[in-house]
Design a binder for this molecule. Sequence first.
Ligand code: NDP
Length: 304
Amino acid sequence: MVAKTIDGERYAADLGQQLAAEVEQLARRGVRPGLATVMAGDSYAARAYERRLYGLARKLGCYYVCAALPENVDEAEAVAVVDKLDADHRVSGVLVLRPLPSQVSEVALYRALDPLKDIEAVHPANAGLLTLDRPRYVPSTPASAFYMLDRYFRDSGRDPNGVYANSNMVLVGRSNNVGKPAVLLGLSRNATVISCDAHSFKAGLLYEHTSNADILIVAAGVPGLVAGEHVKRGVVAIDIGINPIEDPLTGEVRLVGDLDFDSVADKAEAISPVPGGVGPITDVWLLRNTVLAATAAAGGIERG
Ligand code: NDP
């Protein structure tokens, strides 16, 4: 079997078109969605993401601002910046980019967010709503992985509900931002879900679980962690990992996922690539949540 490659760019383009139409509709009502990012220090991943979001916001005609804070910013200053964005009427949604410098606690910034502007659902109130299956916003990365799965199953003539209910789903990675919400999204679709982490790996249990997965989602940040020998024939495999690898000769940086693409593709029914998989959908989803926030703020919909 040679797997179908799930084309994240195409899915993202479709979502982007729908979103552009929504932004136009809002514009007719005098509403302009606005996205603010908060970035502290200098990380390759955060900078790359910030630049992509800026480009997308501009393309859609949304307001955009980035609060770029120095590496040595203290927590109180960073919280004050979030407070300011919370109060800014041009801003519908605020994204705190990771990683943060060690002296700034993620949780302190997340708590400072206005839950109505917390488009990644990291504030405890929004994380709680997601747990209760009543999400105000679905965090963009896990949402994109499931958007990809839902669409893939539908496009291949299957009812996603039926597929999930009959599937062993294995999640590798349990971070608060990606892995844990993905577990909840799997549960809400009635899949049988197993969550693995670095401890599963150390205990020698990881590959026992991945080998049993009908649907596998990896988000560990470990290049090539799962290879063909660790998966079941016919698995549908989604790679969330984005790992910059520097070529020792040229110094050029390229991105790879957590799946060993070629060997998994030999056994899988379908696989998402890196780059060109979950990443482009995530960018659009973040803007989609910004537009939802703007619509809700304008009195368009009741959420949560
Ligand atoms: P974190 O570092 O916050 O979490 C990593 C998770 O993976 C942890 O739960 C950790 O376990 C687990 N893990 C680490 N090593 C292993 C291992 N050897 N075996 C099994 N599990 C392991 O990362 P994020 O969740 O933020 O991101 C994960 C990946 O996804 C990264 O590559 C990141 O760049 C990418 N990403 C991609 C996005 C996209 O849009 N496509 C968006 C966000 C992130 P433990 O909890 O025990 O430490």
